[in-house]
Design a protein around this ligand. Structure first.
Ligand SMILES: Nc1ncnc2c1ncn2[C@@H]1O[C@H](COP(=O)(O)OP(=O)(O)OP(=O)(O)O)[C@@H](O)[C@H]1O
Length: 263
């Protein structure tokens, strides 16, 4: 078995608009090894979600190829349907079904499974995400963090080869975000899942990912470990980007310390 699970080679993506073709990504290369968590980090509009959608099978490629293991899943004119890719996806708004309880949401992708096996899988996942006691509750009866865990369990339920996460913490408050970022990493490492995450938040990227790609304007400027991004940024943009975020986090902490002191 090769080390690499996901491989994007010379990928170009664009949208057709009434004004013409709008290029988003050009000649993009990246790979994520089995069991690793990769992350695309960049500011709004740089093309992160478009790349994730292309891996999921919702965007056609203008050029290049996407492989999952030995399978070619996308190339121009060739697209394996999203449901046949063995790729799980978790969206920023969780997209839980409001009329189904926690168990029902998690079991949604397992409708074709035999009943006993399905129940066993749901029980395993409830245990994994710590929601045993909430199995009969409906989404509106859950906190944001709990909803996020249900969404994660639902995405993992059919045992996807690859998990895609689009800004998984954007709906949560800052404290919950930080806690869940570590928790998510823990869960994925425990189960050995391979994941590709996109976020504009550096703290999240650094808390979760084994490899991070810093993006700007449809390009990955550096695909590296969090340590290397900090200590050996490849371009002035990456150095600035990393430094700016650290500075902002320090300022936020100083501000909060100031508030606490004033109380
Ligand atoms: N359906 C579409 N039609 C035309 N242009 C689009 C479409 N979806 C996205 N775009 C454009 O493509 C570019 C990349 O968008 P994308 O959503 O991939 O960025 P992103 O980095 O994920 O941003 P965000 O963090 O805000 O979600 C943006 O300029 C956006 O306006």
């Amino acid at each position: 078995m090769t080390e690499e699970l996901l491989r994007l080679q010379q990928v170009s993506l664009a949208y057709d608009t009434p004004e013409g073709v709008v290029p988003v990504v050009n000649d993009l290369n990246l790979s994520v090894n089995r069991g690793h968590i990769g992350c695309l980090l960049g500011s709004s509009g740089c093309g992160k979600t478009t790349i994730l959608r292309a891996v999921a099978g919702f965007e056609p490629l203008r050029a290049g190829s996407i492989h999952l293991g030995d399978r070619l899943i996308s190339s121009p004119g060739q697209l394996i349907e999203p449901q046949d890719r063995h790729v799980g996806m978790m969206f920023q708004d969780y997209a839980l079904f409001p009329h189904l309880n926690v168990e029902g949401n998690i079991a949604f992708g397992l409708r074709r499974w035999e009943k006993a096996r399905r129940q066993q899988r749901v029980d395993e996942l409830l245990d994994l995400v710590g929601l045993d006691d909430a199995r009969h509750r409906f989404p509106h009866e859950l906190s944001g963090g709990q909803q996020q865990r249900v969404a994660l369990a639902r995405a993992l339920a059919p045992e996807p080869e690859l998990l895609l996460l689009d800004e998984p913490f954007s709906n949560l408050d800052v404290d919950t975000r930080e806690r869940l970022a570590f928790e998510l990493r823990d869960i994925l490492k425990k189960t050995g899942h391979t994941a590709l995450l996109v976020t504009h938040n550096q703290a999240e990227a650094f808390a979760i990912a084994d490899r991070i790609g810093v993006m700007n304007d449809g390009k990955i400027l550096q695909w590296d470990t969090p340590y290397a991004l900090h200590h050996a940024p490849a371009t002035p943009f990456v150095a600035d980007f990393v430094k700016r975020e650290v500075l902002m986090a320090q300022r936020a902490q100083a501000y909060l310390r100031g508030l606490a002191a004033a109380e």
